[in-house]
Design a protein around this ligand. Structure first.
Ligand code: HEC
Ligand code: HEC
Length: 219
């Protein structure tokens, strides 16, 4: 387990305890087909979307222990989910579930969620508004912006909002961004992606710090 969890066992325990009834139900996953298929169904059917959104809001009460109310995290090492893109959220849940992305707690939690809970939570969080992080030293921000507009904008967009499938990174938590970019860069195994490895390999720690400061402050 990452070391920051050692400092908050009570929260982890509370989340697990609340989650137990849902865990027990999750095996009877009533919806056939994949999560992306169910997401597409909901996006084409406002009534279904509404039902799943309510499911998602209930699920989010558990997630709030770490990801904050409405997905605005108050722990710098835990990502905001507010404003995140639906298909990206669904894909990350698949990666945790399949063990491709490693975080012991998230892997266990995602495996216990039903298809409708996953789709519902993606719909819920994508509709929340993210609060951007604090500003930083002006010259650091300027250097970060320069690097962002040279490299990152190609996939994440000029505004850092990504698209349905590509992560929104604007306003993300600083410590989480910093750890994530370093994982991609070193290919530590906790999080592997070829495109992100290619686009961080040549960046120094100072480059990453500037990018993180800028991205965290983006609206
Ligand atoms: C005990 C704290 C904790 C709880 C409770 C928790 N999470 Fe997480 N979650 C994390 C951490 C830490 C990460 C970042 C893992 C990493 O570094 O890759 C994360 C990452 C995620 C991500 C990936 C986000 C991204 O930007 O890539 C998703 C999606 C997610 N969590 C969904 C949920 C949902 C849905 C719930 C509730 C059902 C939940 N989490 C409950 C701690 C938690
Ligand atoms: C060629 C396209 C591409 C470029 C260029 C790119 N990214 Fe990414 N980025 C991706 C993809 C695809 C993912 C999702 C990877 C995964 O599933 O783990 C991603 C994921 C991320 C994440 C994780 C988001 C989250 O919520 O956990 C961060 C942070 C990120 N990118 C930042 C950057 C930064 C900063 C740059 C510029 C230095 C950059 N990216 C350049 C394609 C790109």
């Amino acid at each position: 387990m990452p070391k920051h969890f050692v400092a908050m066992p009570a929260v982890v325990l509370a989340a697990c305890l609340i989650w137990v009834p849902a865990c027990a139900q999750a095996d009877r996953n009533p919806v056939p087909g994949s999560v992306p298929t169910r997401l597409a169904e909901a996006q084409a059917n406002p009534k279904l979307a509404d039902t799943l959104l309510r499911t998602g809001r209930k699920v989010a009460a558990v997630c709030a222990n770490c990801h904050g109310e409405g997905g605005n995290s108050v722990r710098p090492e835990v990502p905001n989910l507010a404003g995140q893109n639906t298909a990206y959220l669904v894909e990350q849940m698949r990666q945790f579930g399949d063990g491709l992305r490693r975080n012991e707690f998230m892997q266990g939690m995602i495996r216990a969620m039903s298809t409708d809970e996953k789709v519902g939570m993606a719909l819920f969080y994508s509709q929340q508004t993210v609060r951007p992080g604090p500003g930083a030293d002006a010259s650091l921000l300027a250097q970060g912006e320069m690097l962002f507009q040279k490299i990152c904008f190609r996939c994440h967009g000029n505004d850092g909002h990504g698209n349905e499938k590509i992560a929104r990174i604007a306003g993300q938590q600083g410590a989480y961004l910093s750890a994530t970019l370093r994982r991609y860069r070193t290919g530590s195994g906790d999080r592997v992606n070829e495109q992100m490895a290619d686009n961080t390999r040549l960046l120094s720690d100072a480059n990453l710090d500037a990018i993180v400061a800028y991205v965290a402050s983006m609206k």
